[in-house]
Design a binder for this molecule. Structure first.
Ligand code: XMP
Length: 494
């Protein structure tokens, strides 16, 4: 900061650091990395089991990736380059995945007067092995499954379903718990239980497949109704999108702006916060002053001005903040107020992610790390025998043309000549998101072990940085060798 009125005073500049400038000082420890707990908060009212978010970018987070993020204990943030109806559909996909009770609208039901053949064809077409039989009022009369209509049971194909169905139906009430539903199915050796209201009208269905699928994801983060959590990005002035996301039960709304210290953005974010029930995370910012301007109303603050792999903000605008300093400045303001901080962008390795937490972040957001996974949008392309997926900045020309300009406060529909702040690129294909997260979180837990911290809050308190010289940085990477086998968590290219 300039300390006198002269121009040369401007040259007395503070230093700002980023990931490669620092390392965690190893400390006495009894913490085994596998036992380090990674529970954290992404916003005041939403906690995560792993401190990881996927970026709100159109080559990173749509429903498929958001579902897997949430199942693994993190949070996917749906991008905003889609219209509001599509967004609502995507949120519903996330919320419906792994739902204990399949809602009535999506349950395949059978009319008692259909023939067995017709019912069989219907179930095969819909890909279900059985279905509740209901009358026109929606009352459950029975249940029919492929076992009821097997040929050896001597049911003729032209018999009505009411004669072939099981009419002693085991049903469950609307407030059935996963455990109770499982017990019912286990005790009666059945695969599906219709859920009924007080008048025996069908309201949904619980299946054994659904219960087992939920059990696979012990670490999943769920809302009060047991549905997966979902984050959504909205432009700083998109109140309608925020309201629609809130109505669709999005859990966290992210005000998605490249410069949230813009006062018009803050005014609008404040209004959006007042209008919705969901938690509202505001970003991006990179300085103490910006954090002070939003800390009174934000449920979380997202940090990152230009650190991202596809960002050119710093070279295009000459403005930005190296990420470790940015996170530390914001956390100084946010932590005493109990407002979680998210470090967004620039994370190439698990070591960078845990350094961001040491600097004061509660969670980290990554784009390039996940863009190459199976669950990210887009197809795999092959170039020179290597597999890649597309990855582009939301401020790139392509993404801006698809509607992303507002993030950069440039959204003039008549302006055809964009001034981009990001590039369009390709990133190596990586396989499943689950295995990427396994490496990422495992590496972060190693960092916690080196510092001797068993939880994220303890790690934030206990960790200390040392400053690294360029010689130290070179020493940190694999050196003086030719790598013969690729490691799953390290590539010198990144
Ligand atoms: P990584 O490094 O994980 O960064 O790929 C992802 C984050 O980068 C931000 N982002 C951009 N920043 N121009 C920018 O200056 C862009 O075009 C752009 N697109 C995304 C965003 O915060 C994301 O989470």
């Amino acid at each position: 900061m300039a300390t006198d009125e002269s121009f040369s005073g401007k040259l007395r500049v503070p230093e700002a650091l980023t990931f490669d400038d620092v390392l965690l000082r190893p400390k006495e420890s009894r913490v085994e990395p596998d036992e380090a707990e990674t529970v954290t908060n992404v916003s005041k009212n939403v906690s995560l089991n792993i401190p990881i978010l996927s970026a709100a970018m159109d080559t990173v987070t749509e429903a498929e990736l958001a579902i897997e993020m949430s199942r693994q204990g993190g949070l996917g943030v749906l991008h905003r380059n889609m219209n509001v109806d599509q967004l609502v559909e995507e949120i519903e996909q996330v919320k419906r995945a792994d739902e204990l009770i399949i809602p009535l609208e999506t349950v395949v039901t059978v009319d008692p007067d259909l023939t067995v053949r017709e019912a069989d064809e219907l179930m095969e077409r819909e890909g279900v092995g059985g279905a509740p039989v209901i009358n026109t009022r929606g009352e459950v009369l029975g249940i029919i499954s492929s076992t009821d209509i097997r040929p050896h049971l001597e049911v003729a194909e032209d018999d009505p379903v009411r004669e072939a169905m099981t009419d002693q139906v085991i049903t469950a009430p609307e407030d059935v718990s996963p455990r109770k539903a499982f017990e019912l199915m286990y005790e009666h050796k059945i695969e599906r239980v219709p859920v009924v209201d007080d008048e025996n009208l069908l309201v949904g269905l619980v299946t054994m497949g659904g219960i087992l699928q939920r059990r696979e994801y012990d670490d999943a983060i769920r809302d009060e109704e047991g549905r997966l959590r979902c984050g959504v990005a909205v432009g700083p002035f998109e109140t309608d999108r925020a309201l629609a996301a809130d109505d669709a039960d999005a859990d966290v709304i992210f005000i998605d702006c490249a410069h949230a210290h813009n006062l018009n953005v803050i005014d609008s974010a404040r209004e959006i916060k007042a209008a919705v029930d969901a938690d509202v995370v505001v970003g991006n910012v990179g300085t103490r002053e910006a954090a002070e301007a939003i800390v009174d109303f934000a449920d979380g603050i997202k940090v990152g001005i230009g650190p991202g792999s596809i960002c050119t903000t710093r070279v295009v605008s000459g403005s930005g903040m190296p990420q470790i300093t940015a996170v530390a400045e914001v956390a100084d303001v946010a932590a005493p107020e109990g407002v979680p901080v998210i470090a967004d962008g620039g994370i190439r390795y698990s070591g960078d992610a845990i350094k961001a937490i040491a600097a004061g972040a509660d969670a980290v957001m990554l784009g390039s790390y996940f863009a190459g996974t199976d669950e990210a949008p887009g197809r795999v392309i092959t170039m020179n025998g290597k597999r890649y997926k597309q990855y582009r900045g939301m401020g790139s020309v392509g993404a801006m043309k698809s509607g992303g300009g507002e993030r950069y406060l440039k959204d003039d529909p008549d302006d055809e000549e964009y001034v981009p702040e990001g590039v369009e690129a390709a990133t190596p294909y990586k396989g499943s998101l689950a295995s990427e997260l396994h490496q990422l979180v495992g590496g972060m837990q190693s960092g916690m072990g080196y510092v001797g911290a068993g939880t994220i809050p303890e790690f934030k308190q206990r960790s200390e940085f040392v400053r690294v010289s360029s010689a130290g940085q070179a020493e940190s990477h694999a050196h003086d060798v030719v790598i013969t086998d690729e490691a799953p968590n390290y590539s010198p290219d990144s």
